[in-house]
Design a protein around this ligand. Structure first.
Ligand SMILES: [Zn+2]
Length: 185
């Protein structure tokens, strides 16, 4: 039996492990082989990209993920964003390391930094929750047909030992818990 990442993620949220690495589940076929991480291209009238090794349509990405696609240059100083440090910096700050250090020093001096970190944490948890909802809905929908499309584009048969209604009930309760947790952030 194939243990799917999809299933593991559902298990993670059911067990309250909100910090486990999340991925966007996609239903696609194997035809994007000539593209690499971060590429954006148009196929079948849709925009596609590869994030964390997973091909997905850009429209399916949450806004936070769309923003994580790395541009060629820093929008602030036009310096190329090609070093690993700049790429990492872009992910969290949407500017290059030089600009980030300059801004960070300023924010630290004005006390703005702590407030901003708290906001980012909340955004990450909200994004996680929204991704889980999409993943769960897709998972449940795939259960109707008794099969689902994996991230690699393969169709797998998977029989749940839990009914869809029961699973949905548990999932919805977990989402409520998560929403309460978000309110405390
Ligand atoms: Zn810059």
């Amino acid at each position: 039996m194939v243990i799917s990442n999809n299933l593991n993620r559902i298990k993670n949220i059911l067990s309250g492990d909100y910090t486990a690495k999340t991925k966007v589940i996609v239903g696609h076929t194997k035809k994007h082989e000539n593209h690499i991480e971060g590429d954006i291209w148009i196929e079948d009238g849709k925009e596609w990209t590869i994030q964390n090794g997973i091909t997905t349509s850009v429209s399916k990405l949450s806004n936070a993920r769309k923003e994580s696609i790395i541009p060629l240059c820093c929008p602030k100083c036009s310096k190329s964003l090609k070093t690993p440090a700049d790429k990492l910096c872009w992910k969290y700050s949407k500017i290059c390391t030089d600009c980030y250090i300059a801004e960070d020093t300023y924010k630290m001096a004005t006390g703005e930094l702590n407030k901003e970190n708290a906001r980012k944490k909340k955004d990450i948890v909200i994004e996680y929750m929204n991704n889980m909802k999409v993943q769960f809905d897709e998972y449940i929908a795939s259960q109707n047909e008794g099969t689902f499309v994996t991230e690699a584009g393969d169709i797998e048969d998977w029989n749940s030992s839990m009914s869809k209604d029961k699973l949905t009930e548990i999932f919805n309760n977990k989402i409520l818990e998560l929403e309460k947790y978000i309110e405390t952030l």
